[in-house]
Design a protein around this ligand. Structure first.
Ligand code: ADP
Ligand code: MG
Length: 389
């Protein structure tokens, strides 16, 4: 009996602490959720009043600043450009939803801020910079050996699959590209800038800016007809994949290589059975040829003109995780201005464009964005020049 009493008396304080402890944890949880809204003063202080020296870059949606919160957390603050027509309430609702997105391969969104007409998003700062800052720099590209590039490809595929299928609602990224893939201190890739399609609903300006200065990542049906679906992301992912393999930007492709763009050149190598030649020669010694060949083929499957022929991200993840046998041959890649034939859909018009199929693709939810600029009137600009900077 004595022993039991003793144990009981020992348990009491323990019970007491654990109860209190869980209460505290609950409160902390609630507080953390509440803290998703940042005050403008906090962010201004964290970024030294948005000082130009803190600017990490400026993309189509507005500038990004590096900052540090009083609690020591490093952040990246994105100021959304004012032409978003979304009201404040809708913005806050969307930002709250996006702050719930949690995946190893997606940048953490800490919260948001509204200040007058300004809308800001607060992300975790990811320390090893974006993929473009390594991949396209001759003196740094070797830091990304084949193993790292393969892991980046697999990680981004998983992150994108999560956004498309496993998050609370389907999130079409709309802007997958090398500068939106960040690397953390362990080289884990993280997708940045997700959710813009939700924060800028039916935003014509965005499409038009991009159409005017096509960046080489946009699916033809999106550029030409404003049809946005998960398959537009799959296309951009395919371009990113081929860039990671070759170390070349699709948007500033070297025309001396006897092809219109990187996609077409890779397609030619594939047809000749020389997939391994697509690999960036500066990392050739680190190559795993079998993986390179598989990635080239998957990249080409993702960049086919016909969105219905492109695999879903789920399939891409499966293909990357096992050695597939009998992988189908890709059809010619699509790029803005190109037209495709649909060899596998008998009865279809041969000059059909992607728009008619995007709507009927059962695996996708399609949003229509009206692109008012006629891409054809932009002439040669379509093949990958960035806007004047
Ligand atoms: N969370 C972040 N952590 C670290 N760097 C970031 C983060 N978000 C963005 N950046 C950097 O800021 C740059 C500019 O971002 P952004 O305005 O989205 O333009 P873009 O992606 O078109 O280059 C990115 O290229 C990236 O290098
Ligand atoms: Mg970005």
């Amino acid at each position: 009996m004595k022993a039991k009493d003793f144990i009981n008396s020992m348990m009491k304080p323990l019970k007491f602490y654990s109860k209190e402890g869980s209460k505290e944890a609950d409160l902390q949880k609630i507080a953390a959720q509440e803290q998703k809204q940042f005050s403008y003063e906090t962010l201004s202080k964290a970024t030294d009043k948005f000082h130009p020296s803190h600017k990490l870059g400026e993309g189509g949606f507005g500038p990004v600043f590096k900052g540090k919160l009083v609690d020591g957390r490093e952040i990246a603050v994105k100021m959304l450009s004012q032409n978003s027509r979304q009201g404040q309430k809708e913005f806050i609702n969307e930002a709250k939803l996006l702050a719930r997105v949690q995946h190893r391969n997606v940048v953490n969104l800490f919260g948001y801020c509204t200040h007058g007409d300004d809308k800001l998003l607060v992300y975790e700062y990811v320390s090893n910079e974006s993929v473009d800052k390594l991949l396209f720099k001759p003196d740094r590209r070797q830091m990304l050996d084949w193993k790292k590039r393969y892991e980046i490809i697999s990680g981004v595929a998983k992150g994108l699959l999560y956004l498309h299928e496993d998050s609370h609602s389907c999130i079409i990224h709309r802007d997958i590209k090398a500068s939106n893939i960040l690397l953390d201190d362990k080289w884990v890739p993280k997708i940045a800038d997700f959710g813009m399609a939700r924060l800028f609903p039916e935003d014509q300006t965005h499409v038009n800016t991009r159409v005017a200065g096509t960046n080489g990542y946009m699916a033809p049906e999106y550029v030409m007809h404003g049809h946005l679906s998960v398959k537009a992301d799959v296309f951009s992912f395919g371009v990113l994949m081929l860039e990671l393999i070759s170390g070349q930007r699709n948007s500033s492709y070297n025309l001396t290589l006897d092809a219109e763009n990187l996609l077409e050149w890779a397609y030619k190598q594939f047809k000749k059975g020389k997939c391994v030649d697509v690999l960036d020669q500066s990392i050739a010694t680190t190559s795993v040829d079998e993986q390179v060949a598989l990635c080239v083929q998957i990249g080409l499957l993702c960049t086919q003109s016909d969105p219905t022929l492109r695999p879903t991200m789920r399939r891409v993840v499966v293909l990357l995780s096992k050695k597939p046998t009998n992988l189908e041959e890709p059809t010619r890649p699509g790029f803005p201005g190109s037209r495709y034939r649909k060899p596998r859909h008998p009865g279809a018009s041969s000059s059909n464009t992607a728009s008619s199929t995007a709507k009927t693709d059962s695996t996708t939810s399609t949003m229509t964005v009206t692109a008012t600029t006629n891409p054809r009137s932009l002439g040669s600009d379509l093949r990958g020049k960035r806007p004047l900077e």
